[in-house]
Design a protein around this ligand. Structure first.
Ligand code: GTP
Length: 336
């Protein structure tokens, strides 16, 4: 089966990290986020992934020059301008040479990290005869998401993007879809079209959209908190055996304390410093006596001697935090 991965967004919520690196090329535990998504799909027989590219498409080409990622063939298409989620699907489908003969295809938001059983989803999709099937996940606060109301048999009755509270359901669009080629004809060509605001509501109305409500591991890694959470979940063993966060190629002083953190190759952590619940990217330097809590230090960035960087702070690539500074929930540089 072929898949289209949507990876062309600006990733504004992860600025300034995304000013230099597109969101799906940011590291999640030593590997780009993209590789986690692609290897998840490969397990279920996806053998060709079309990347719907836009913002910083060059970073993807540079990382996979031979067109292979996690053993899967990669093909990239670049929109002339951002066409939004459905516009991107139509553009990627046509530009990459996909055709109706290949049948059902998968679409996923590139920042979704999940253990969804795509095989089970495909079985449901086939048994209902759906034109498209959406994976749903249950959340406590659905107000920031696309809320989906289904009949008992799974047919979607309503698709409401970010509805006013109270939401009619706690089941939300989890960002993985199976689609029949006919969905492409529902997307107007050459303009911005949102799958969440236009295409799915119209299909719900027509009665051709189905859902698979399934609570499995799922994180939308597009915010500072969730970008950190997917990594801590791997360290904590929430998705299989716990993995080590500190690279063998990092240099950590014997007098430093590192807890539940990712420290990547070439990073330096100085004497008396504390790094907890955080990600320190490749080549970053945490100087002596500095504290980094629940934050991300971008590649090649420096946290000066004795500084405190806490509570969801993001330090952009190669930027420096002055010695003794105290930053909480901050962006360096301040986001544009
Ligand atoms: P924020 O700016 O932080 O909201 O992030 P984002 O730009 O990634 O937007 P969002 O998370 O809502 O997008 C969902 C998925 O669709 C992400 O994987 C994006 O990369 C992708 N995406 C959003 N808009 C476009 C677009 O116009 N073209 C393409 N190719 N992908 C898009």
């Amino acid at each position: 089966m072929q898949a289209i991965l949507l990876v062309g967004g600006f990733g504004t919520r992860l600025r300034p990290l995304t000013l230099t690196t597109p969101k799906q090329m940011l590291p999640v535990l030593h590997r780009p986020m993209l590789e986690h998504a692609v290897s998840g799909l490969a397990r279920y027989g996806v053998d060709r992934v079309v990347l719907a590219l836009g913002y910083h498409d060059d970073a993807f080409r540079a990382a996979y020059p031979d067109g292979l990622c996690a053993g899967v063939e990669l093909c990239g298409v670049v929109e002339p301008e951002p066409l939004d989620t459905a516009g991107a699907i139509r553009f990627a489908y046509e530009e990459s040479g996909m055709s109706a003969a290949a049948g059902t295809f998968l679409v996923a938001n590139g920042d979704v990290i999940t253990d969804l059983d795509v095989g089970e989803m495909l079985r449901v999709h086939r048994s209902t005869g759906a034109e498209a099937t959406i994976h749903l996940i249950e959340v406590d606060d659905p107000s920031r998401y696309g809320v989906v109301v289904t009949d008992p048999d799974g047919r979607v009755r309503a698709f409401l993007e970010k509805p006013q509270p109270p939401a009619p359901s706690n089941w939300i669009n989890a960002g993985t879809y199976l689609m029949e080629p006919s969905v492409i004809d529902r997307i107007a060509p050459g303009r911005r079209v949102s799958v969440e605001r236009e295409v799915f509501p119209a299909m719900a109305e027509a009665g051709t959209l189905w859902a698979l409500p399934h609570n499995t591991y799922w994180v939308d890694a597009g915010t500072p908190q969730t970008y950190l959470r997917v990594q801590l979940d791997l360290l904590d063993g929430r998705r299989g055996p716990a993995v080590a966060g500190v690279s063998a190629e990092a240099s950590v002083d014997a007098g430093a304390v590192i807890e539940r953190s990712v420290v990547m190759a070439g990073a330096v952590v100085g004497e008396g410093s504390v790094v907890r619940g955080s990600a320190v990217h490749a080549g970053a330097v945490i100087e002596a006596g500095a504290t980094v809590l629940d934050s991300v230090v971008g590649s090649g960035a420096t946290v000066g001697r004795g500084a405190r960087v806490t509570d969801g702070t993001l330090i952009g690539e190669r930027f420096a935090v002055a010695p003794g500074a105290d930053l909480s929930d901050a962006r360096v540089p301040q986001s544009l």
